[in-house]
Ligand binder design. Structure first.
Ligand code: ADE
Length: 240
């Protein structure tokens, strides 16, 4: 069976992904070809001998910008070297905030091409020409899009059938469209540690009571830690 999804990542620093791709669940998903990930060094599209990728902004100001005449040919070459051209994501703090619902949408795609920025960002014409989906992973500034790309890859690949051991486990993840509340508390041995003990009910063997406790605990934790999550659940039943 061919991989369910292929990620193409355009970056100036492919080495950042080395450890990420060679450990744990991702290592397994790549080894069993459930997913495919190709890293592309954008510097390969710099034609001058210094492999220049960035330049100073017109009008002055701090920092350097990724050059439109380097980035656009690189993205086009990668996208059109193979069908389908796929969804094109560009990581920038100005993008739409990434969340579980978008991850679920992306998990249904065959191919996702990701463009990682660096420095002060991209020449604006990169977005004007390529019309990518601009994606942010939160309201803070990273050094570049690589950490954002890793967050998206990891979130999406968990949703691909066969990647996680238990077929159903991701359906109960917090924030998924089937379950927009936080997970309940979990405990393992020892039963008591430094005077802190495991709730009795979890040791009772009464599965119906345990399920009820977990449901109540989830709701309680959500009220305490993330009350904002509960609002759309009650006002919009389609989000449950
Ligand atoms: N590049 C820099 N900061 C970023 C962020 N928060 N999300 C995505 N890409 C970024």
């Amino acid at each position: 069976m061919p991989p369910a999804i292929r990620f193409d990542v355009l970056t100036l620093f492919p080495g950042i992904f080395e450890g990420f791709l060679s450990e744990s669940v991702l290592k397994g998903a790549l080894a069993t070809q459930k997913i495919e990930i190709r890293l592309h060094n954008m510097r390969d599209w710099a034609e001058d001998k210094h492999a220049t990728m960035d330049d100073r902004p017109f009008g002055g100001g701090p920092g350097m910008l990724l050059k439109v005449d380097r980035v656009v040919p690189a993205v086009e070459a990668i996208r059109y070297q193979q069908e389908p051209a796929g969804r094109l994501l560009m990581f920038t703090p100005q993008g739409h905030c990434f969340g579980q619902a978008f991850a679920e949408e992306l998990a249904a795609e065959q191919r996702i091409v990701m463009l990682c920025g660096r420095y002060e960002g991209f020449d604006e014409r990169v977005a004007e020409i390529l019309k990518p989906e601009e994606v942010s992973i939160g309201d803070y500034i990273l050094n570049g899009g690589e950490v954002a790309a890793m967050a998206v890859i990891e979130t999406v690949m968990r949703l691909i059938p066969g990647v996680l051991g238990d077929e159903n486990s991701h359906r109960f993840d917090s924030f998924s469209t089937g379950n927009r509340i936080l997970d309940c508390a979990h405990y393992t041995r020892p039963r008591e540690y430094r005077g802190f003990s495991v709730p009795e009910i979890l040791l009772s063997g009464n599965h119906a009571e345990i399920a009820k406790w977990r449901e109540e605990n989830s709701l309680q934790r959500t009220k305490e830690k993330r009350p904002d999550l509960l609002e759309p659940v009650f006002s919009d039943p389609t989000l449950r």
